[in-house]
Design a protein around this ligand. Structure first.
Ligand code: NAI
Length: 336
């Protein structure tokens, strides 16, 4: 099957080509640097499937154009699917597939790396020491041991975070619409969101972006947090209301903020914009805070995760090519 791979970076090409070769090269992969949008959708001409990533926009208009080109499969090479209009896809007879689990540890380990970096001010210490400043003022951290961490969303990634934090000796609170038995067995104490916010020294977000979780962390939620708590978001940007987070940082309600994702990241992340003027004033403000650490959606980015993503993505495409059903389809039920 011919597959148009959108938002393709050299590393995507490397891992997808390796996985295709390992399977006997059943597919013709056509790599497009462009992000999928109404303007670029024509690049899918001749393909039976497209392969898309987190910031590719598969809204109703794009899906209609894809259907017009006879594209029957949108194979996401990521877990989240908030960027695809599933209702429109179903109406148009386009199958949507994703990679539900590749390496939850990759994201969990990056999440904890952000916690430790912020807590011990590693991002500031690194810059200071290189400039010959060996003073410790402003670098005071706290012991993770004995602190309370609140995990919002205890699916694969949330549970992987829980396992690591348990090793640190943290008390673990959790909130999930569907509490997990495995979570309880790990010692998670499931509580209401308000209680989690009020009691946690560290709050970490691992729920998907849905209408119910958009701006889950808004001004009211930040107001209900333990003053000066650490907030980490490695899930999806729009779960946090960035303007409210900036107000929370200014007032001291949020003590430390770690973001691997950002509401308006589509115009920024995955590109080298170092020679350009930053146009997003909200993002620019975030970068001015010494107690904010931003990474550009890299939590998944390990060799292990990339290899698994490529393999599962090609498996989805192969299954669809031979049976008409992808291995890991996303249905509109997932919107519930
Ligand atoms: P998962 O589907 O295994 O777990 C999600 C959990 O969130 C489920 O237990 C679900 O019940 C819960 N949930 C749903 N709605 C909720 C709500 N309103 N309140 C509380 N909990 C709710 O998903 P997984 O694999 O753990 O991934 C979580 C998210 O992480 C993905 O949706 C994706 O957006 C993000 N992600 C980020 C990556 C990165 O590189 N930064 C990479 C991979 C995933």
């Amino acid at each position: 099957m011919q597959v148009a791979v959108f938002s393709a970076k050299p590393y995507d090409r490397q891992f997808l080509e390796a996985a295709n070769a390992a399977a006997g090269a059943p597919h013709r992969l056509v790599f497009q640097e462009a992000r999928l949008s109404a303007e670029t959708v024509a690049l899918a001409q001749g393909a039976g499937a497209i392969c898309a990533f987190v910031n590719d926009q598969a809204d109703a208009g794009v899906l209609e154009a894809l259907a017009g080109l006879d594209v029957r499969l949108v194979a996401l090479r990521c877990a989240g699917f908030n960027n695809v209009d599933l209702v429109a896809a179903q109406r148009l007879g386009i199958t949507v597939a994703r990679v539900p689990a590749y390496s939850p540890e990759s994201v969990a380990e990056h999440t904890v790396a952000m916690m430790l970096s912020l807590n011990r001010r590693i991002h500031r210490a690194y810059a200071r020491v290189r400039e010959g400043n060996f003073a410790l003022d402003g670098l005071l951290g706290f012991d993770m041991h004995g602190r309370t961490a609140g995990i919002v969303g205890t699916g694969r990634i949330g549970l992987a975070v829980a396992r690591i934090l348990r090793g640190f000796g943290c008390h673990l609170l959790a909130h999930d619409t569907f509490p997990s038995e495995e979570g309880r067995a790990l010692g998670l104490d499931y509580v209401a969101m308000e209680e989690l916010l009020a009691r946690s020294d560290i709050i970490t977000l691992h729920c998907p972006l849905t209408p119910a979780t958009r701006h889950l962390i808004d001004a009211a939620a930040i107001g209900g947090m333990k003053r000066g708590a650490m907030l980490i978001n490695t899930s999806r940007g729009a779960i946090v209301d960035t303007r409210a987070a900036i107000d929370g940082l200014k007032s001291g309600a949020i003590g430390l903020l770690g973001l691997d994702v950002y509401e308006e990241e589509a115009d920024l992340f995955f590109e080298d914009l170092s020679g350009q003027m930053l146009q997003d004033d909200i993002f620019a403000r975030l970068l001015t805070f010494p107690n904010v650490l931003v990474t550009a959606h890299q939590a998944f980015f390990t060799a292990d995760a990339m290899a698994a993503i490529a393999e599962i993505t090609l498996d989805n495409i192969s299954a669809f090519a031979s049976t008409g059903r992808a291995r890991h389809e996303v249905s509109t039920e997932k919107l519930a």
